[in-house]
Design a protein around this ligand. Structure first.
Ligand SMILES: NC(=O)c1ccc[n+]([C@@H]2O[C@H](COP(=O)([O-])OP(=O)(O)OC[C@H]3O[C@@H](n4cnc5c(N)ncnc54)[C@H](OP(=O)(O)O)[C@@H]3O)[C@@H](O)[C@H]2O)c1
Length: 268
């Protein structure tokens, strides 16, 4: 199985490294197509797969083609590669907001998988939501799922609309978490902790809490009740969050991200 990644930027390079490091793909069978000369040089120097600059040299050789260019570069890319695409090839797009119908029209392909990864894929802790057209066989889907799993975890959704929902939750999610970390870190600094101590207090609290949650069967509300004793400090913070409608505001933020994902998907 030969894999071609188009776009050797942040995500494309992350994917190539993950496939090779996990031994899911032999480095001789991972190809990267990139147009930026500095990136081509950097990829060659880092010895990440075989690097190409012309679609005609690599597109016909691939069994799986991963589209990892920015959404605004999709139209130009489709025009450059369309003539070399074969209907048997599996096209995996990670381009935010680019719909399956656009890829089908742009490339004349029918075996299409649309996936939305997130930033922690860079360290093998990503979360990907993906869907596929009916033409993708079960075996092909398993092969792609195995590749996606090398960057973290992946879940299949049967409806493409759920990709927009996944974008609003796990795709944009890392920014929400950074937002909360940053606010709590600023509070720690305001209370007199140094920058580095504040960072440690907050990041270790996040890590520990997520690990505890993952290892238990309790839901969030039960855990909150365990931490927040009556008349205590946690209860004071939670009352403040409640009266300021923080829960509703977070939900509204995610809804705004979903609305924007849908809007972007309708753009030409
Ligand atoms: N970064 C994330 O956390 C994240 C999360 C989920 C999904 N995504 C999706 O992943 C995709 C890639 O994002 P990224 O952050 O990796 O972008 P990036 O760093 O800009 O990488 C894309 C690379 O592809 C190159 N390229 C553009 N057109 C090309 C063509 N026709 N042939 C070959 N290479 C071409 C770009 O060159 P130029 O700069 O010259 O255009 C650039 O080097 C995007 O569609 C994004 O929506 C990213």
């Amino acid at each position: 199985m030969r894999i071609l990644i188009i776009g050797g930027g942040n995500m494309g390079a992350t994917f190539a490294k993950s496939f090779i490091r996990s031994h899911s793909a032999d480095s001789k069978k991972v190809m990267i197509l990139e147009i930026l000369s500095e990136k081509i040089e950097a990829l060659k120097k880092a010895k990440i797969g075989q690097v190409f600059s012309e679609p005609k040299e690599c597109v016909p050789l691939a069994d799986i083609i991963i589209l990892a260019v920015k959404p605004q570069s999709a139209g130009a890319l489709f025009a450059q590669m369309k003539d070399f695409v074969d209907k048997q090839q599996v096209i995996v797009s990670i381009m935010a907001g680019v719909q399956i119908s656009t890829i089908r029209e742009g490339l004349g392909a029918t075996k299409i998988i649309r996936a939305m990864p997130n930033l922690p894929a860079q360290i093998g802790q990503g979360m990907t939501v993906y869907t596929s057209t009916d033409d993708v066989t079960r075996i092909e889907l398993v092969m792609v799922q195995n590749l996606l799993n090398t960057t973290g975890k992946a879940i299949f959704v049967s409806k493409e609309a759920k990709i927009d929902a996944g974008t609003a939750i796990s795709g944009s999610g890392p920014a929400y978490v950074f937002y909360f970390i940053n606010a709590l870190k600023e509070a720690a600094q305001k209370m007199g902790f140094s920058e580095s101590a504040s960072q440690l207090l907050v990041t270790q609290t996040f890590k520990g809490t997520v690990s505890l949650f993952e290892q238990s069967e309790r839901d969030c509300k039960e855990w909150i009740d365990m931490v927040a004793s009556k008349g205590g400090t946690t209860e004071a913070a939670l009352k403040s969050f409640g009266s300021n409608h923080v829960h509703e505001l977070i939900m509204q933020g995610a809804e705004a991200a979903l609305a924007r994902a849908i809007e972007l998907g309708k753009m030409p």
